[in-house]
Design a protein around this ligand. Sequence first.
Ligand code: NI
Length: 138
Amino acid sequence: MSKLFRFGVSLDKDLLDKFDRLIRVKNYPNRSEAFRDLIRQELVKKQWEDDKEIAGAIILIYDHHRRKLINKLTDIQHDFQKMIISTQHIHLDHNNCLEIIAVKGNPKEAQKLTDTLKSVKGVKHGTLSMSSTGKEIE
Ligand code: NI
């Protein structure tokens, strides 16, 4: 970790009160940790915007009984095999499957993979959690 710096932040009282309420609800131990998290959030956002190497997770919910759909989802994942680092399949109940696809690589490719999977008929819900490889956000 690099050297720790302290700096002052001037805030409107109302805004500070709102921030303090927020960090209590979110269980941050103090303002500094909450502030660091907000900064990292923005840095990760910028990594996605700037086409840097990213990591993330795609979550899909789909109908277990549609066999063609499962084959199609597998075909798509083979086409994007270079960026998929892990896939986890969970049988949610008799009818529904949840799949978590961990990805690492180019943000546009991650978005394209998500959109392609989501658009397959029978996928009930799909979402992309945009995160970071952890580099350059310390
Ligand atoms: Ni299943």
